[in-house]
Every structure is written in structure tokens, then in C-alpha cells.
Design a protein around this ligand. Sequence first.
Ligand code: AMP
Ligand code: MN
Ligand code: MN
Ligand code: MN
Length: 278
Amino acid sequence: MPLNADLHCHSSHSDGVLGAAALVRRAAGNGVELLALTDHDELAGLAEARAEARRLGVRFVDGVEISVSWRDTTIHVVGLALDANDPALVAGLAGIREGRVARARRISDALAQVGFEGALERAAHFAGEGGLIGRTHFARVLVERKAAADVRGVFDHYLASGKPGYVAHQWAGLQEALAWIRGAGGLAVLAHPGRYRLSTRARARLLGEFKDCGGAAIEVVSGSHTEEHARKFARLARRFGLLGSRGSDFHAPGESRCEIGRVGALPEDIVPVWEAFA
Ligand code: AMP
Ligand code: MN
Ligand code: MN
Ligand code: MN
């Protein structure tokens, strides 16, 4: 049996719903043997997750999922096995989270234009005290107001790029994000590459730049990927000399497409990113 590694998931410190310890308990219950918590632009859940993983005997590495603007596309870069106290990483993420506050106001204004007043207050309530606000919190507000049947439906109609509640935003630079991850001793992983709407040429350019900036791996197997995506990104991992990662991208019971620890296996000839962990 291959190692059950899940190196991409979210707690309530970003847009997941379970607290960090509860998330780790759920992972352990599903047979996860190696876990990384990768909240969006946030490290606050790691200490609690790490402690719970130790208590349960689950191997754990610190992680994060950094929001990056690459040309006109928002992409996500996961950092794994990093030092969560690294000052440049901590400061860089604080800057992104500050940008999220202003963005949330703009999202709320845009939603008010199409008839949803006061979404920011409710989204902030869902995000919790001091919690980071993302589009998923707004999506949960609109589900509550019956704008769509589920979070995915709200994204399709209101929050995806080009929809009325979407606002453009400048995130971290690719080189910058990789410098933070590598400076903190971590490995950089391109998250769910199947999700980006890029031409074949632009995708190859992204992978080339990612590799040149010191990127280590791409998510081959992801809760956001089909089996066809997994085959395609396995080929691209081989071509670009990148390791492969595996993660459910779990956010919430009943909401996420993929349960934590229940994602497919990496193709056998792909070298897993965890072989590069210290
Ligand atoms: P943000 O970083 O605030 O722009 O929010 C991005 C998050 O929104 C992702 O991490 C997903 O959790 C969620 N998301 C994005 N697109 C979709 C979608 N089509 N369906 C459901 N959730 C989505
Ligand atoms: Mn998310
Ligand atoms: Mn993501
Ligand atoms: Mn994610």
C-alpha cells in the first residue's frame, strides 16, 4: 500500500470549517499517515494541528497555500515542511491578509449591486474572530440567502472570474512567494494546476518559470483534479523534472468534493514530494 499522504487541506483559520485539531482527528480517522495543514495565506492553525498530530501519532509537516498573481491569472502555491516562524514568510503572509480585508469590502460592494446587502458582516461572522475572509465565506452567505443550492453554485453564478461579485486583486508575485517558502526551508508545490484556465503554451511557461524560481513539485493528484488531469500533470511533472504531490484540498464535510485522505494514488513512476522532506 502506498503511503496515505494528504498534503493540502484547510481549517477554520482560512476557509475550512473544522478547527485545526478536529481536522487532524478527521484525517487520522480516515487513515492519513502523513498530513500537512495548508491554510490560505495563514499559519495560525499549525501549532494546534502539529500538537494533535503528535498526540495521535500522525506524521505532520507545516504548510501554507499562498495566493499568487501570475500575469493575469491567480494561482496557488503550497509551501510544505517549512519553518512557520520564519520572519520573511510571516511578514509576507501578513501583507496578503491585509490585502484580503480591502478586497472583501470590494466583494461586498459588488454583491450589494446585485441585491445582496450586508454580505461583509455575515462573511466576517462565518470567518470568525480574526479569521481571514475569502470568497468561500461570501459563498456560504449567499447559500444561506438561497442565491444557489450550494457553494459551488454560488461560485458559478456570482464569485467566479467574470461574475458580478468577482473583483480583480493583486496577490503575491510568483518569485516572491517561492522566495518566502524556500527562505523558510520549505518545498514549493504548484497547487491544482488543472484548475487554471491557461493555454498549453501559457501552462508550459508557468511550469518553466515555477521551476526556474526553485519550485519543487506539482500537485498531480488533487481533490480538484479528474483522473485525466492526474495523467496529464504526471506527464508534465516528468517533462519539467518536478516531484509529485497529493492532496484532497478538503474544506468542509458535505461541501468539499473530496474527503480528507480519500484522494487517488500518485502514479508509480512519479517521485513523491515527501521523499524530499528532511
Ligand atoms: P479566495 O482565495 O478568497 O479567492 O478563495 C479561493 C477559494 O474559493 C478556493 O480555495 C476554494 O476554496 C474556493 N473556490 C474557488 N472556486 C470555487 C468553485 N468553483 N467552487 C467551489 N469553491 C471554489
Ligand atoms: Mn479554499
Ligand atoms: Mn487552491
Ligand atoms: Mn486549497
